[in-house]
Design a protein around this ligand. Structure first.
Ligand code: PMV
Length: 317
């Protein structure tokens, strides 16, 4: 018996970094997924395999998850350990991950993997509800990213366009926009926590300026909410460029990203960093009229691909 589940990655349309200081952000899941297939094994082992590597642990040694050979594998052994304990099974489990989402560039691949693996492994015993999956996926992600807000896991589980702020949490954005983005990868690996720390230093040295940037970001997000309702691509694109300008001012752009945004501007409605910056990816808003040109342009200087908003979230196969 196989238990298969898949979950999408995400992009941040507006508000990264400022969200840390209480401002609303807008994010959505994208139609690029991680699929996890789980099955029982006769041997008493947990085996995890993905394109990034393969790892095995005896069920008896799951008590010490610090012994997991590769840190990024820890969440999957954690999920398996809980499932084995809760269901008192005598069998082992194989967990296979297949991903369409590039890792480590702010597209939510680790959250999507935690969501899909939680659903897939537990699905060998009982299919969990989305509410139960998201709760467990956030706990799981915190085994490697202690500070995780849970934002990525939530959008991956439920899908669609959402707003998020520290005080009110998540709210679904009701308009079902059929937006298309070209995601281009700067190939500069970033570490979100380091970039967040760097922005905090910037804020502490430039309190007045940062306050003004926050006010501008609030306007951008409010205007974007209206533009989404009206499906106004010109306005959304120009707000993305304004948002990019602020991200540049707080110091998280790079030469490569500036170049990608400059190229993207020539053909798309607008472009900006998505996520922590300091590398990672940019998103460019396109439609049928400028999609191919933008892909061609950006394809000359980066790995890029088309993504649309995903409205399904977690799916059991
Ligand atoms: O690198 P990502 O896509 O996980 O984005 C981080 C978003 C920040 O606003 C920079 C940090 C946060 O915790 O919200």
């Amino acid at each position: 018996m196989k238990s298969i589940a898949s979950a999408p990655g995400k992009i941040i349309l507006f508000g990264e970094h400022f969200v840390v200081y209480g401002i609303k952000a807008i994010l959505c899941s994208i139609d690029k997924r991680i699929t996890v297939t789980s099955q029982f094994l006769d041997e008493k082992i947990i085996r995890v395999s993905s394109s990034l590597g393969e790892s095995e642990m005896e069920i008896n040694s799951l008590n010490n998850l610090e012994k997991v050979p590769q840190k990024f594998m820890k969440p999957f052994f954690y999920i398996a350990k809980k499932a084995v304990e809760e269901n008192s099974t005598a069998k082992g489990i194989e967990i296979i991950l297949e991903s369409e989402i590039p890792a480590g560039v702010g597209l939510g691949s680790s959250s999507a993997a935690c969501v899909a693996a939680t659903a897939s492994v537990n699905g060998l015993f009982n299919k969990l509800s989305k509410d139960e999956v998201v709760k467990r996926a956030i706990q799981t992600e915190r085994t490697i990213f202690e500070q995780s807000s849970g934002a990525d896991s939530s959008v991956s589980t439920f899908g669609g366009l959402v707003s998020y702020d520290l005080k009110n949490g998540f709210k679904n954005i009701l308009s079902r926009n059929d937006l298309s983005f070209i995601i281009s990868n700067s190939a500069q690996i970033h570490n979100t926590q380091d970039v967040v720390r760097q922005v905090r230093n910037f804020k502490e040295k430039n309190e007045d300026m940062f306050r003004k940037f926050c006010e501008q970001e609030i306007d951008i997000v409010n205007n974007a909410t209206v533009a989404l309702k009206e499906n106004d691509l010109n306005e959304l694109g120009s707000l993305m460029l304004k948002n990019q300008e602020l991200l540049k001012q707080i110091g998280i752009s790079t030469e490569k990203i500036d170049l990608l945004v400059k190229e993207a501007k020539r053909t798309s409605y607008g472009a900006k960093i998505t996520g922590a910056g300091g590398g990672g990816c940019i998103i460019s808003l396109v439609d049928d009229s400028n999609r191919e040109n933008t892909l061609d342009n950006l394809g000359k200087i980066s790995d890029c691909f088309l993504a649309k908003i995903d409205y399904n979230g977690l799916v059991y196969a």
